[in-house]
Design a protein around this ligand. Structure first.
Ligand SMILES: [Fe+2]
Ligand SMILES: [Fe+2]
Length: 203
């Protein structure tokens, strides 16, 4: 178990760490934390099980159903993961759940799938905001963006339709091979201030 191997640095403030010490802790912590990521992500998804809050399905079934529709439409692995995990922010960031999900998924997904997740909330609004006093066309601020149409499609064809208890929703197990493939990829993340730096997922 990490932390029990008796190897410890002497610094208590990062400014005081030697190069060897910084590289030591980073070499231990990075793979440890990466190794926990997928389990935590799946737990977050499963945590959406619970009350349906007036809908006919709960948030977990909504997520699986959204992914099922994407799967049956031949979505790419990245877009399939966007569909499966797009609402994982619901329980932590109800006011900006799209942004939270995008931040978690961004290092693993391509630009299009990340953009779709990040903006699906406002695009989903096209399907109901006008029924509660809002502007269904709020998404129009993104007209001209190269991912506008795919985000509109994500919501129209998959997300906004996935509240149907009679739909033949596939179980999580069907998506696990793609989950394992996508989240074992090299991550794209900020490293030394650079975006899109490639960092091995398991090293
Ligand atoms: Fe959502
Ligand atoms: Fe959703």
């Amino acid at each position: 178990m990490v932390g029990d191997n008796e190897v410890k640095v002497s610094f208590t403030c990062m400014d005081d760490g030697t190069e060897e010490e910084i590289q030591l802790v980073m070499g231990i912590a990075a793979p440890y934390l990466q190794g926990q990521m997928l389990g935590n992500l799946l737990e977050l998804l499963k945590s959406l099980r619970g009350p349906s809050m007036g809908y006919q399905v709960d948030r977990y079934e909504h997520s699986l159903q959204t992914a099922t529709r994407a799967y049956r439409d031949g979505a790419s692995p990245d877009m399939l993961m966007a569909a499966l995990f797009h609402d994982i922010g619901d329980g932590l960031a109800p006011a900006n759940h799209s942004e939270l999900a995008a931040a978690i998924l961004e290092p693993y997904l391509d630009d299009e799938a990340t953009w779709v997740v990040r903006h699906h909330g406002v695009f989903q609004g096209y399907h109901y905001w006008h029924k509660m006093g809002g502007d269904r066309n709020a998404r129009d601020r993104y007209r001209g963006n190269r991912y506008f149409d795919s985000t509109a499609h994500f919501c129209e064809a998959w997300d906004q339709r996935s509240f149907d208890p009679d739909y033949e929703t596939l179980p999580l197990e069907v998506f696990l091979p793609t989950v394992n493939e996508v989240f074992a990829r090299k991550q794209r993340l900020e490293l030394f201030g650079e975006e899109d730096a490639a960092v091995p997922a398991n090293s």
